[in-house]
Design a protein around this ligand. Structure first.
Ligand code: PLP
Length: 394
């Protein structure tokens, strides 16, 4: 039995008529850039997330880049983020000329460790002239936690750190649109808790476009206006550029498709959660939780049901590579997110980090494995994955 990591064909079949009608409408209108479909989609996401402003952009990467550019973060600045994420998180910080400062992760959640973050600030940073400076006398301007695999970071702690040290808080919510977090006794959606939240609609994301697409959400109206200008090369009045931005626009075709898909997102995320629950219960039932580490759901006690949306279902084993090979031989597709921690990437050698600097991120890069998960995955396919993993450990 062949089990893909992700199969979007059923999702498309169910919505194809609606999607074609929406794209036909755009083609008939011949309005492709900054038109009504984008405005409708932005409004729908803002309502869905419970935030006043949503600004569509060309990708999740450009969401991060546009936010950093609009905030004028650059040379002489440093931005704190996790050591374990997709490259874009660290790459965008470096692209604006700032220095990425990596922090180790919590091995249970794969997210930035609040404990490691506070220790870094206490031990390696100091306040001067109302600014937080690192050991290289760079000004730490912002903190970018990443809600990896569909689970929010410890945002109460991130908010406390940002408040205490006057840092901008930018959520990389590329993998977590719709995930709930227990904030201050209530709940908030991923992306709306900080100064800006960045989403990716890369086709394999829980809400995926038919190409590249992204979006920023924020509460501050002036900042939203600045982002809208930033995505047009910093141009408010035609051919007059107030500041340097880029071509970060989300086009009408992608917006039209995403608008059709958005109302289904919660149902898809619930189906992913059901599939994850099935894996977890079965792994436990047959005692495989003693051999592999299963994903955790740290916010269960809060009563929120949608707090992990399982963009990925990631297990851990010290024998990861052999297990992966075994599953490949059985035609089960898996993935490694990510084989190198960010400080281990060759392009970040200049930052001077050494092996062992972030042991948890390095370990996660060595032993984590993403199993097939998507809303329509059949229990039969999951049983086959479970049986194949059981056979490996026999
Ligand atoms: C955590 C994270 N940040 C940023 C991005 C960048 O998004 P995009 O691929 O849409 O540029 C991704 C996408 O994979 C991601 O997973």
């Amino acid at each position: 039995m062949r089990v893909p990591l992700l199969d979007l064909s059923e999702q498309y079949r169910a919505l194809s008529e609606e999607i074609r009608a929406a794209t036909d409408e755009v083609l008939a209108s011949q309005r492709f850039i900054l038109g009504p479909k984008l405005a409708e989609f932005e409004k729908a996401v803002a309502t869905y997330c419970g935030v006043p402003h949503a600004i569509g952009v060309s990708s999740g990467t450009d969401a991060l880049l546009a936010v950093l550019m609009a905030l004028e973060i650059g040379l002489g600045d440093a931005v704190i983020t996790t050591a374990y994420s997709f490259f874009a998180t660290g790459g965008c910080i470096a692209r604006v000329g700032a220095t990425p400062v990596f922090i180790d992760i919590d091995p249970d959640t794969y997210n930035i460790s609040a404990k490691a973050l506070t220790s870094y600030i206490a031990e390696r940073c100091h306040q001067a002239d109302g600014k937080l400076l690192n050991e290289n006398r760079q000004t730490i301007r912002a903190l970018i936690p990443v809600h990896l695999f569909g689970l929010c970071c410890e945002m109460n702690e991130m908010l406390a750190v940002a408040r205490e040290h006057d840092l901008l808080l930018i959520e990389d919510a590329a993998q977590a649109i719709g995930a709930d977090y227990p904030l201050d006794g209530g709940s908030a959606k991923a992306g709306i808790m900080g100064d800006a939240g960045c989403f990716s609609f890369y086709p394999s994301k829980n809400l995926g476009a038919a190409g590249d697409a992204g979006l920023v959400v924020c509460r501050n109206e002036q900042f939203a206006d600045r982002l809208r200008i930033c995505r047009q090369h910093g141009m408010e009045t035609r051919y007059q550029h107030q500041f340097i931005g880029g071509n970060f626009r989300l086009d009408e075709l992608q917006a039209a498709i995403l608008k059709v898909k958005l109302p289904h997102l919660d149902r898809w995320s619930a189906a992913r959660r059901e599939a994850a629950k099935f894996y977890t219960n079965e792994f436990r039932r047959v005692g495989l939780d003693k051999k592999i580490k299963l994903p955790v759901e740290p916010y269960t006690e809060s009563g929120l049901t949608n707090h992990h949306i399982y963009h990925q279902y990631v297990i851990r084993s010290p024998r990861r590579d052999q297990l992966r090979q075994h599953l490949t031989e059985r035609e089960i597709e898996t993935a490694v997110y990510y084989p190198l921690a960010l400080h281990e990437q060759p392009c970040f050698e200049y930052l001077g980090y050494k092996p062992g600097d972030f042991p948890e991120a390095e370990r996660a890069a060595r032993d984590s494995l993403a199993l097939p998960i998507y809303p329509e995955i059949s229990r039969e396919a999951q049983q086959y994955v479970l049986k194949s993993i059981a056979d490996f450990f026999e």
